[in-house]
Unconditional design. Structure first.
Length: 178
């Protein structure tokens, strides 16, 4: 199995979840080749040979990030040690742009979608939009879209820490994808 996990991250939380998913996949399938890369490093040469493509991003304005929402998040993060320039920060183009150049998958390739989000009914989620784009690009979904909770994200604009237990839950979800 060749799995690629592609993520977009501003505060580093989505990167942490992506890395936990990779660990879960590796634990469940020690023979698998698993790569975990930011969206800026996920060109066709990286994703083109994947049997499993897992894609995740933060939730911005009820869904996937956009150019304006990414700029606002980077501005909010500028005064935050977890923000721009910190671990997981990815100032390049987001997932919406990346999906436009996603190559045709291998026959039978599967995909999975995840996001990071606030634990608020009105926060929405990016995972369903990501899953829709994966199916549009002819990936069969390996699992239902999944969201991982970040504490205080919307209220404090801090990109708060992941909720306790979410990293472990992400590793378990990754293992289930194997």
């Amino acid at each position: 199995m060749r799995a690629v996990i592609v993520y977009e991250s501003v505060y580093g939380n989505t990167r942490t979840v992506a890395e936990a998913i990779a660990e879960g996949l590796r634990g469940a399938r020690p023979d698998a080749v698993v790569r975990c890369v930011p969206v800026t490093g996920a060109g066709p040469e990286v994703t083109g040979s994947a049997d499993l493509l897992v894609v995740g991003g933060p939730t911005h304005v009820y869904g996937m990030s956009s150019g304006p929402s990414r700029r606002m998040a980077r501005l909010a993060a500028a005064g935050n040690e977890r923000g721009t320039g910190g671990p997981g920060s990815d100032p390049g183009p987001g997932l919406r742009t990346w999906f436009r150049s996603l190559p045709k998958p291998l026959p039978g390739a599967r995909g999975a979608a995840f996001d990071t989000r606030a634990d608020m009914l009105i926060s929405g989620g990016a995972a369903h939009g990501i899953a829709g784009r994966l199916t549009h690009h002819h990936y069969g979904l390996a699992a239902a879209p999944e969201g991982f909770v970040v504490e205080g994200f919307v209220v404090e604009s801090t990109g708060g820490p992941l909720r306790t237990g979410e990293r472990e839950r992400a590793a378990g979800w990754g293992a289930s994808l194997a």
